[in-house]
Design a protein around this ligand. Structure first.
Ligand SMILES: [Zn+2]
Length: 336
């Protein structure tokens, strides 16, 4: 029977809502916090980040054996990150955060994760992480300026507020070359408890036409690309259920959830391990992966057509509001 469970489990909204894992006053507080996310700010940040990528000098791809790389899927000669990193850092600083650039050397590439933190007032060693990679191919509007913009907007909402637990915002470096920055971030974590994480990768593309959404193996979804997918592993499933409970009441954006079996690293879940949440799962930390499903919906994936005008900013605002409600709940609420 265990083998049969290697198919992803679809969570039904009603089934989760009936468990009522979120108390009403906490839900309303979290909803008020999330509702503050502003669509116009998200749009202008995506535009600024995409412009930064296009102005930037791409990473030297002479170091790659280009014969060995599928350049359509991984256009390594069009990867940029410096100006986007500066943008993230400057924004965190302008919001009043003290910024840490976590610079690390490695066998392949030096990386610098950009970190801003709001210390918890009563449980500072319990940490909620919000992460998004800031390196991109071409303009990288959906992948992943959408996720970076959401993270920055959540940092704006949280700035100067008090939460029981610590909230840490992280711009991950070099996701596109194999989750390099996030892997190093997880490896260097001090002995603290990551009680919840949200990782964004491609969260701004919507196409509600039937047939626009391609099937994801093992993940039963409609064929209209108008929902955000939230993916957990078994360990982080309580966070997914709480996000569902928040989402079904707050109604910011249609949400579809799936739980990947065991640690999520099994043979059926490869597509669900493709972003910066994977190192969290493999190290035993809680993480949810939020995505519009990238190339399963968006034909601009990793192409020079991934530009800001292709995104749906109402959708991106909905995802940001739901996610902000989630982190407000986890940073303050009764985690097990
Ligand atoms: Zn990508």
């Amino acid at each position: 029977m265990r083998a049969l469970r290697a198919v992803l489990l679809l969570l039904a909204v009603n089934a989760c809502a009936s468990r009522a894992p979120v108390e009403e006053p906490a839900l309303l507080r979290a909803g008020d916090f999330g509702a503050g996310a502003e669509q116009a700010r998200l749009k202008s940040d995506v535009e600024a980040l995409a412009a930064a990528h296009l102005e930037d000098t791409p990473l030297d791809c002479g170091a790659f054996d280009l014969e060995q790389i599928n350049l359509e899927h991984q256009p390594v000669c069009h990867l940029t990150r410096e100006k986007a990193r500066q943008f993230v850092r400057a924004r965190f600083e302008s919001l009043g955060y003290t910024v840490i650039e976590q610079e690390m050397e490695g066998p392949a590439w030096p990386t610098s994760n950009v970190i801003a933190e709001l210390k918890g007032s009563t449980h500072p060693d319990e940490v909620v992480v919000v992460g998004a990679h800031y390196d991109s191919f071409h303009a990288g509007a959906d992948d992943n300026s959408s996720g970076v913009a959401a993270m920055l907007e959540m940092a704006r909402l949280a700035a100067g507020k008090r939460f029981a637990r610590t909230i840490r915002f992280v711009g991950f470096d070099l996701e596109e070359l194999g989750l390099v920055g996030s892997t190093r971030f997880v490896r260097e974590l001090p002995g603290e408890e990551i009680v919840a994480s949200i990782v964004f990768d491609c969260i701004g593309y919507k196409d509600a036409r039937p047939g626009a959404q391609q099937a994801l193996p093992g993940f039963p979804i409609p064929n209209t690309g108008d929902f955000i997918a939230a993916i957990s592993n078994e360990q982080s499933r309580p966070r997914l259920e709480e996000l569902y409970a928040l989402g079904s009441r707050l109604d910011f954006v249609p949400l579809r959830g799936a739980t990947s079996p065991i640690d999520g690293s099994g043979p059926f879940s490869g597509n669900l391990m493709r972003s910066d949440h994977a190192p969290f799962w493999l190290a035993g930390h809680s993480a949810l992966f939020l995505t519009d499903t990238a190339n399963f919906r968006n034909n601009n994936y990793h192409r020079d057509t991934d530009v800001p005008s292709t995104l749906d900013y109402e959708f991106l605002a909905g995802v940001t509001r739901l996610s902000a409600a989630g982190i407000a709940y986890w940073a303050e609420g009764p985690l097990p």
